[in-house]
Design a protein around this ligand. Structure first.
Ligand code: DQQ
Length: 543
């Protein structure tokens, strides 16, 4: 057993061994959630990409199935790359994926279940006349990939998107089909943003502005906005924007051009990429999966024998309160792993204080915390505050938890050892600028590990805090991953951290307030989390 064994997670999806990257073709079918994923069955580094496959009743406990698709045809000889599922109104399942051909051309292929009445969808058939889409004129053969779930336009035909780039501009091309075997490229583009480079894993889906239910991918009309997401190959982050999709012109227009795709909001300000949503027709919600890679070294991954986890599946809805962002929240089934809880009410955090929260082992937790600054509201704080901190930002090497300002940072210290030689703080920092306040939500990895060659970045993004709201965080701690949601999921940060001492029973939890001018009061509830069952499906006992 590797010394690094403790880094395996308790309730995040990961294969038993070897390399994983993007989530692929998630869907719900006959009582089972299916997750496919980019998987190298031979090694803990990227290569020889197949589609790994696992199923779950509840999105929490998973059973591995045999690999669904391997590179065995000229049209995917160098890899069965990322793709998406579409469930047709008659129940048929369509899988479209990118194949890297024997000649290193990125083409789009069709696959479907050999037996659609098999709840496990064990066998997949690749359409004999693949590919169904090849790079069109003007698109480079290595810049054309990751078909989306299809949606139906008003004329009844189906549309899918593909991502690409043209002279440094990220673009989404729209194809139209009736049968999923022949496709027509529509004129113009769904959307493009200059300077954002190659768009991988684009996603387009409707969200309701009038309710909290998820929408099937073809939904449109009044009370609907569309999220467009692209994974930027150049900076390896997933960016989204809210906008309007015109299904006749096949154009998407951002609500706010200054927050367009790739230059505005991110799904996650930490380690998170190549995400994909699907509509869960079982529970009427839209669920987001994302790939959380490693930030240690490749040799560490080879020693561990595995690399990457999937984020917790998150439900996505439109934020009716701000109107400017989506909300992401772990699916409620995750709450089923909560074991014993401990509650703390009104813990006083004076400027410069660190307060231990004695809950025993802090390596598998669900933490729900609320903070108040001197009992004040955001509105009154702006009035009272004299200092201007318009330059504050937590990102890269700046704005770590030791950077002190009038109203921040304050928050939770996760995965710390007793002496605080290792620690991963998750916190707010309230900065006044031009008569308004900007609240930053941050995770500081700079002191998270005594190990060498691990990532030490500070992650952060701005989070909307409305007048009258407290500052709230939910943090899921799972050995080597800290997934944090601010203000009910308006801003999210996922960190991979590799402590050497803050492991198992050596992992502790603290609260801290490093603001210079204010007292902060914290109330929190902490659950110890059970591990999920993630193991092979006992196929031999059934078939
Ligand atoms: N990963 C796949 C590609 C996709 C990239 C290859 C994103 O299809 O563009 O493993 O991580």
């Amino acid at each position: 057993e590797s010394m690094l064994e403790w880094q395996r997670t308790g309730f995040h999806f990961q294969p038993a061994k070897n390399w994983m990257n993007d989530p692929n073709g998630p869907l719900y079918h006959m009582g089972w959630y299916h997750l496919f994923y980019q998987y190298n069955p031979d090694s803990a580094v990227w290569g020889n990409i197949t589609w790994g496959h696992a199923v779950s009743r509840d999105l929490v406990h998973w059973l591995y199935l045999p690999i669904a698709m391997v590179p065995d045809s000229w049209f995917d000889w160098n890899g069965v790359w990322t793709g998406s599922a579409t469930i047709l109104p008659d129940g048929r399942i369509i899988m479209l994926y990118t194949g890297d051909t024997d000649n290193y051309v990125q083409v789009q292929n069709l696959a479907y279940p050999a037996n659609a009445s098999d709840p496990l969808l064990l066998d997949w058939v690749k359409y004999a006349r693949n590919p169904v889409i090849v790079p069109p004129a003007g698109v480079a053969p290595k810049d054309f990939r990751d078909p989306t779930t299809a949606w139906q336009g008003p004329n009844g035909t189906w549309r899918v998107l593909l991502g690409s780039k043209a002279n440094g501009t990220g673009i989404a091309l729209v194809y139209q089909t009736t049968d999923f075997t022949s496709f027509e490229l529509l004129d113009g583009l769904l959307h493009s943003v200059a300077g954002t480079g190659m768009w991988e894993c684009v996603d387009l889906y409707p969200v309701s502005t009038t309710g909290s239910r998820g929408l099937d991918t073809s939904a449109n009309g009044p009370g609907v906005k569309h999220v467009l997401k692209a994974s930027l190959d150049d900076d390896k982050h997933d960016y989204y924007a809210l906008g309007t999709y015109d299904p006749v012109a096949d154009k998407w227009t951002p609500d706010n051009p200054e927050l367009d795709v790739g230059i505005g909001l991110r799904y996650d300000y930490g380690k998170y990429y190549a995400s994909k949503t699907f509509y869960d027709q079982n529970k009427g919600r839209r669920i987001l999966w994302g790939w959380v890679g490693e930030t240690d070294s490749e040799s560490d991954d080879l020693e561990k024998g595995w690399s990457s986890v999937q984020s917790l599946p998150r439900e996505v809805i439109f934020d009716n309160e701000t109107g400017t962002n989506i909300i992401q929240w772990p699916v409620k089934e995750v709450d089923g792993l909560r074991l014993n809880s401990t509650e703390y009410v009104n813990v006083e955090l004076r400027p410069g204080s660190v307060v231990p929260i004695d809950i025993g082992s802090a390596s598998q937790l669900d933490i729900s915390a609320e903070f108040e600054i001197d009992g004040a509201t955001i509105g009154s704080l702006v009035e009272d505050m004299s200092t201007e901190e318009e330059d504050y930002i937590c990102n890269g090497t700046v704005g770590g938890s030791e950077t002190r300002g009038a109203l921040g940072p304050f928050g939770v210290i996760t995965l710390a050892d007793e002496s605080l030689s290792e620690l991963t703080p998750v916190y707010f920092y309230v900065a006044k600028s031009n008569g308004t306040v900007k609240t930053w939500f941050c995770t500081d990895q700079s002191r998270s590990s005594m190990a060498t060659s691990v990532g030490r970045l500070v992650y952060g993004g701005v989070v909307p805090v409305l007048d009258g709201e407290k500052f709230s965080i939910r943090i899921l701690v799972d050995h080597s991953i800290v997934e944090s949601f601010a203000q009910g999921g308006r801003t999210v940060i996922t960190a991979r951290v590799y402590p050497t001492k803050a492991i198992y029973g050596g992992a502790k939890l603290f609260l801290f307030n490093n603001a210079t001018d204010v007292n902060v009061t914290a109330s929190l509830k902490i659950w110890e989390m059970d591990s999920a069952f993630i193991k092979p499906f006992p196929l031999d006992q059934i078939y």
